[in-house]
Design a binder for this molecule. Structure first.
Ligand code: KG4
Ligand code: ZN
Length: 331
């Protein structure tokens, strides 16, 4: 089935074409440069930029897939969670296309999309598996029993891991989004140089707000003594504190549930150190590890079309009065 996917939940306008579980094209227009001077996503600007980009992004996705709009058999669009104004641009476009082409429309949960990015692999994971969804807004561990059948095993009680990266980068004046910059800079530093807290060690849940406070306290204490040359050590240690708990708690959740397959997905799954550490931990625990390529970890529409196609094939579709939702937990 030829499915067009549309994603606009945050600061990326994306469209993709999927054909029978295989990605034919994936186009992402990033708004990073429009938001970076504000140190974070400005919702009003995001909505406007989505309007400007969406038609072109869809056209490019169709052209790259070498299909015409009339050949598309279904439309999958992110319905939530996300910025409501941004979501509405993708959703209205999807509805207009579905109506004009007289084809089914399905609204997809963005988190389910992140998990579905792993289905696009040459060798996708089989059920059941444990999934760590780790992004700018979420840090959740699920037991995934089947499509749409999730048990929440752990979640953050405050900041998401991506937020911890972004807030640290802001404190250190490293720019936005923080994850990418810290990932790069940390490669030059010693991850054991500074001791940062690992919160809630014995709980299945996460907490990252104390980590950010501890960085702030350290910066205040060091004050003028803080030298540029120390920066790589500081960010490497900070990153290690995040990576440690993500790896440890996900592996533990899988072991406690006798699961030996792990999916790591969402924007933070693009992190080099996290990918490295998960590979080592999965190997040691004799677990199968599935992490999508970096381009499918951060926001994209291929993941939305991937799960959308499965939903449509199972006869699930939505009517044209479907609304966007800013909050939409998977379970
Ligand atoms: O999944 P995503 O693109 O959007 C959301 O659904 O939130 O994730 C964005 C988050 C941001 O917080 C960003 O800093 C983080 O993913 N991120 C990274 C890396 N690339 C993006 N964090 C750590 N290392 C990276 N390489
Ligand atoms: Zn996302």
């Amino acid at each position: 089935m030829l499915v067009l996917g549309i994603e606009s939940s945050c600061d990326e306008t994306a469209a993709a074409v999927i054909d029978s579980g295989k990605m034919r094209s994936s186009v992402i227009a990033s708004q990073i440069k429009d938001h970076s001077k504000y140190g974070g996503v400005v919702p009003e600007i995001a909505s406007r930029k989505h309007i400007e980009a969406i038609n072109m992004v869809i056209q490019e996705a169709l052209a790259n897939a070498q299909v015409t709009l009339n050949e598309i058999e279904g439309i999958a669009v992110t319905r939530g969670p996300g910025l409501i104004g941004s979501l509405l641009i993708g959703l209205s476009t999807a509805k207009a296309l579905a109506y004009a082409l007289n084809i089914p429309l399905v609204g997809v949960n963005h988190l389910e999309g992140h998990i579905a990015a792993s289905f696009l692999a040459e060798k996708p994971p089989t059920f059941p598996f444990c999934a760590l969804v780790v992004s700018g807004g979420h840090t959740n561990v699920y037991l995934v029993k089947n499509y749409h059948d999730f048990i929440l095993l752990g979640q953050t009680r405050d900041d998401a891991a991506g937020e911890a990266f972004d807030k640290a980068a802001k404190l250190l004046n490293l720019g936005y989004p923080g994850g990418v910059v810290i990932d790069k800079l940390a490669k030059l530093g010693n991850p054991q140089a500074v001791t940062f807290p690992r919160a809630m060690k014995d709980s299945p849940d996460f907490s990252f707000s104390g980590l950010k406070t501890s960085l702030l306290t350290m910066l205040k204490k060091r004050g003028r003594d803080f030298e540029e040359s120390q920066l790589p050590d500081v960010v490497a240690s900070y990153q290690e504190a995040i990576v440690d708990v993500l790896v440890e708690k996900t592996i533990r959740a899988a072991q406690n549930n006798k699961i030996d397959r792990i999916v790591v997905c969402g924007g933070v799954a693009a992190n080099g150190r996290l990918r490295e550490r998960f590979a080592v931990a999965a190997d040691a625990g004799k677990m199968e590890l599935f992490i999508p390529p970096i381009i499918l970890c951060t926001d994209n529409a291929a993941m939305i079309a991937a799960i959308g196609e499965i939903m449509l094939k199972n006869g699930r579709s939505d009517s044209l009065d479907l609304n966007a939702v800013s909050r939409w937990p998977l379970v």
